[in-house]
Design a protein around this ligand. Structure first.
Ligand SMILES: Cc1ncc(COP(=O)(O)O)c(C=O)c1O
Length: 366
């Protein structure tokens, strides 16, 4: 350990930092390309919600004022829309910020957090940052999160379970009967966080409504984001819904102005942009099906997805495929970071972007 690193909290230097999708600007600069398609971070290929964009444009000249720290107008509108108690909602600077707030608020040093492996890496980072212990439970061979094994991993030291449904990076869901049986069997010293970042893309009728578990008084928090279906990843808005007692605890340690002024204005407008939401979901479905058809033609295994990304097995060293795809102007997420050395996670883009990716993939694999 370096001298300066000794000053850090115990365990901090062992934390692996979050690896974001490679930015387009970096690839363009490094490879001298003028056009690059980024299908690496599950962003919205149709841009931001037009209603959100218009509302932000109208409000630009008010950014000299602090935002409303409590997000009152946005909270009220969301509570109506979701039919939940406004006291049971908290907004923050993206869902990522909510995840780290939850770890800070609930985990004592040494307490255990259970997550699927692979799943969203923020669960691990936020747990380690507060001295919690990370328990990873491998997914099943059909790529579905193994709730029976996760339940079996619960000990008297377990405090949190992060259940990503649909799961990132696999794109699979746990069904209502699976989640219900899981929740029923848990002791009451355990809090389950249902991460529903990709909820709007799910088609499976057996997908559970996480808010029902909040309404029925279970130890459950539901977390969601405006980054995906509403196209607001760059402005950062995420929220949690839960019992007002849980949410009250989170509010004690939230930064005073965690959700910025433009973000609140954008999210409020986006909530009423149903037309955009429907278009995004339709374009995504078409793109997903196009990917399946092309992967079938190429004889590449893939995981059927309920989200805006698909995992595909290129059957070649993904580090090499990733580099070659970049030279063709396409950025995907190489899955070696999840110990899947021949797989890639590919976000669904516009049809033009999807075709560019498939063309590049064919060239690279040939
Ligand atoms: C499963 C999951 N949860 C949470 C987030 C974070 O969302 P946000 O952009 O609101 O921080 C992401 C972002 O990719 C995600 O994939």
């Amino acid at each position: 350990m370096l001298d300066r690193e000794k000053l850090f909290r115990k365990g901090l230097v062992d934390i692996k930092a979050y690896v974001p999708g490679k930015p387009m600007e970096d690839v363009m600069r490094e490879l001298g390309l003028t056009e690059v398609v980024k299908l690496a971070s599950n962003e919205n290929p149709l841009g931001p919600s037009p209603k959100a964009l218009a509302a932000m444009r109208e409000s630009l000249d008010s950014v000299n004022y602090y935002p409303d720290g409590a997000c009152l107008a946005l909270t009220q509108r969301l509570a109506e829309k979701l039919d939940v108690d406004p006291q049971g909602i908290i907004f923050a600077n993206g869902e990522d910020n909510i995840i780290s707030l939850i770890s800070k608020a609930f985990l004592n040093e040494g307490e255990e957090m259970i997550m699927a492996d692979p799943s969203f890496s923020s669960f691990e980072i936020s747990t380690r940052a507060v001295g919690g212990k990370v328990i990873k439970v491998p997914i099943r061979s059909d790529f579905i999160t193994d709730l029976e094994a996760m339940a079996a991993a619960v000990t008297p030291q377990t405090k949190l379970i992060f259940l990503c449904n649909p799961n990132n990076p696999t794109g699979t869901i746990n069904t209502r009967p699976q989640v219900e049986a899981f929740l029923e069997g848990l002791p009451d010293h355990v809090l389950v966080v249902l991460d529903e970042a990709y909820k709007e893309f799910v088609e499976d009728p057996d997908y559970p409504e996480g808010l029902d578990y909040v309404r029925s008084g279970k130890n459950v928090l539901v977390t969601r984001t405006f980054s995906k279906v509403y196209g607001l990843a760059g402005i950062r808005v995420g929220f949690a819904v839960g019992h007002p007692d849980f949410i009250g605890g989170l509010k004690r340690i939230r930064e005073a102005f965690a959700t910025n002024r433009l973000a609140q204005i954008a999210a409020l407008a986006a909530l009423d942009d149903d037309e955009f939401l429907q278009r995004v979901v339709a374009v995504n479905k078409e793109g997903r099906e196009y990917f399946y058809k092309e992967f079938d033609r190429l004889g590449l295994p893939y995981v059927k997805s309920q989200t805006n990304y698909v995992m595909v097995d290129t059957k070649k060293d993904i580090r090499q495929v990733f580099l070659h795809l970049q030279r063709e102007g396409v950025i995907v997420r190489p899955a070696y970071i999840w110990d899947m050395p021949t797989w890639a996670r590919v976000s669904v883009g516009t049809m033009e972007e999807n075709k560019k990716f498939i063309q590049a993939l064919k060239k690279v694999l040939a």
